[in-house]
Ligand binder design. Structure first.
Ligand code: ZN
Length: 132
């Protein structure tokens, strides 16, 4: 995370996700749902950071998830609610070759650290219901 990453909202993310995509062998093409991507597998050189969904100031963002259709957090068809968990902790990247948008957040526990990534494969999954 860098200090200069601009804070993105739903409209900006939808605009990024709707850009025309070129064919690409994205290393993260399989991450249609939130997928664990250990640091050594993170294709940093293939991606460019475009922003963050994480508010730098204010209260700790919610851990509430948004699953009106009974999806699970790792479902490929789970909504991407920008102010719900885990989008509200995510950094936003784009593939340099095909402009596919990828979100990434770090899951931490007591003895546990994991980076999870999800490609925004369908702009229609993006939404912004009222935060809980
Ligand atoms: Zn790509």
């Amino acid at each position: 995370m860098t200090a200069e990453s601009p804070l993105l909202g739903l409209a900006e993310l939808q605009a990024l996700a709707q850009q025309p995509h070129r064919a690409c062998q994205c290393p993260l093409a399989d991450c249609t749902g939130w997928t664990s991507v250990p640091g050594h597998r993170w294709p940093g050189s293939a991606l460019v950071a475009v922003g963050t969904l994480r508010h730098a100031e204010g209260a700790e963002p919610t851990f509430e998830e948004w699953h009106p259709q009974r999806t699970r957090i790792d479902s490929p068809d789970a909504p991407l609610a920008v102010h719900h968990y885990p989008c509200n902790r995510a950094e936003v990247f784009a593939c340099k070759q095909c402009q596919q948008v990828v979100l990434k957040y770090d899951e931490t526990g007591g003895y546990y650290f994991d980076s999870r990534a999800r490609r925004v494969h369908s702009p229609s999954l993006l939404c912004d219901p009222s935060p809980p």
